[in-house]
Design a binder for this molecule. Structure first.
Ligand SMILES: [Zn+2]
Length: 476
């Protein structure tokens, strides 16, 4: 069924992701610990958490840095100044009756806007990113629509959240899920959030089918559930399309246990929230120096790097992903390219047959991989100074012996360095020492292994000549 639903026409989905900055030690506006999981309810709270008169919020600087890391990784525009707004609503999960959030209208400026994430062949636009505090956690007896009461735990109230709002660019539940997985990999790679933690990444979704009303699904707890909830909602709404009135604009709740969405309330309009500037927090200046420091300190995530390789070097998505996967290998690749190699050639070479060896050698950092030498080697290949086989032999030699191209490549560049008699000597030595000689008479693998053994003894030897001599010696 889900396959049929997934290809339904006219589906528009937008996502609102709430991502806790779990790498922070404290909450967004006070010094309460943010390590609230597995704690007794209402243990990590203070007067600021509750907004008691006489208290003032104090912005966590690191939270701003982390939010900006996400903004930069998503290619967002960052304004010179940003400010906080009060979003007023009366609900038991908010001890203050308002949430300190951001607003992008009426003079408000969110911390970032207009980013995008590449998803296969398309770009998903990120409308805005804002910094806000998490509400408390409500627990219901039974199901949300039937529960006689709710329990509230304010340990989570005030935890730093980054809200990421996308444009309605998804056309299927599967696409939305793929995006969320990528986003999670990005925030984890940036070292700002651990998406594995329960409730660290939560998602609301807007769904409309064939131009019908927008229905919001609230607080979907996991990415697996997102796909299920969206597919359910697409099917539900498509049964309305064409009928008079269509689906109603409303907020619905995903009931995980029953795998259905249920109506919660008609959707609030923005006027219901009575947004106004937070009087207790000054406008935040995002100076170029501050942004520079954030940029310098942030790790480049492999997902983001892969995108850059596609754009900057024209690698295919698959190839870019492969090169970017391992940071050390990616560094080596970039060095090779910066020294003049063609990016696609370098990428092919690094991720091909030698993938494992390159990874190990790059990780060891012992200088066995020499970017300049690989550049030369690729040039030799292009100019046909060396055959593919010879180039491979040389490259293998570099990684096993640590010798450079100048030493290893001499035989190819100048013809035979060693005369036939000295090669015969080496071949005989290997034949004496190896127990694979019998096998080599019939098995090409064993034969090549022996050739390799000779080259190990003398990497300058011409591989072809070694093979010829060896074949003669064992009468293959
Ligand atoms: Zn507090």
């Amino acid at each position: 069924m889900s396959k049929r639903v997934a290809v339904l026409d006219g589906v528009k989905i937008g996502l609102e992701i709430h991502c806790q900055l779990t790498a922070l030690k404290t909450k967004l506006f006070c010094s309460c610990s943010s390590d609230y999981r597995d704690k007794e309810p209402n243990e990590l709270v203070c007067p600021t958490c509750f907004g008691i008169p006489g208290t003032l919020p104090l912005l966590n600087e690191r939270a701003v840095e982390y939010a900006l890391r996400i903004a930069i990784a998503l290619g967002c525009e960052v304004p010179q100044r940003t400010s906080f707004y009060r979003k007023n609503y009366f609900y038991p999960d908010l001890p203050k009756n308002f949430q300190i959030s951001q607003y992008d209208k009426a003079g408000g400026v969110a911390i970032a806007s207009a980013g995008s994430v590449r998803l296969e062949e398309k770009r998903v636009r990120v409308r805005r990113l804002q910094l806000e505090e998490d509400p408390g956690k409500l627990t219901y007896e039974g199901t949300i629509d039937k529960s006689p009461y709710s329990l509230v735990d304010y340990n989570r109230a005030g935890i730093a959240l980054v809200e990421i709002v996308t444009e309605p660019d998804f056309e299927s539940a599967r696409e939305a899920k793929t995006f969320l997985e990528k986003l999670r990999a990005i925030v984890e790679g940036l070292g700002v959030s651990d998406g594995e933690l329960e409730g660290a990444m939560r998602c609301d979704a807007n769904v409309s089918v064939k131009g019908g009303a927008r229905v919001e699904i609230k607080n979907i707890s996991s990415f697996k559930e997102v796909e299920k909830a969206l597919n359910y909602e697409i099917l539900r709404q498509s049964t309305f399309s064409g009928t008079e009135g269509g689906a109603e604009a409303e907020t619905r709740h995903w009931d995980e246990r029953r795998s259905i969405t249920i109506s919660l309330r008609t959707k609030e309009g923005e006027q219901d929230y009575r947004y106004f500037p937070e009087p207790d927090l000054p406008t935040l200046e995002l100076s170029p120096e501050f942004l520079r420091r954030v940029r310098e300190e942030m790790p480049e995530v492999s997902e983001v790097k892969a995108e850059r390789y596609q754009g900057e070097f024209g690698l295919t998505p698959q190839m870019a992903k492969e090169v970017a996967r391992d940071a050390k290998v990616a560094d080596f690749f970039e060095e090779v390219v910066s020294k003049g190699a063609k990016a696609s050639d370098a990428a092919n070479w690094i991720t091909g047959e030698f993938r494992e060896e390159v990874r190990t050698a790059a990780a060891s950092g012992d200088g066995r991989l020499k970017a300049g030498d690989l550049v030369e080697l690729l040039k030799m290949l292009e100019s046909k100074e060396a055959t593919r086989g010879q180039a491979k032999e040389i490259f293998r030699g570099m990684m096993t012996t640590g010798k450079g191209l100048a030493e290893l490549g001499k035989s190819t560049r100048t013809g035979v360095v060693l005369d036939e008699s000295s090669i015969t000597g080496l071949v005989e030595q290997v034949l004496r020492e190896s127990d694979a000689v019998e096998k080599a008479k019939s098995d090409p693998k064993a034969f090549n292994y022996l050739v390799g053994q000779v080259l190990r003894l003398e990497p300058k030897a011409d591989a072809k000549l070694v093979a010829k001599t060896l074949a003669r010696k064992i009468k293959r």
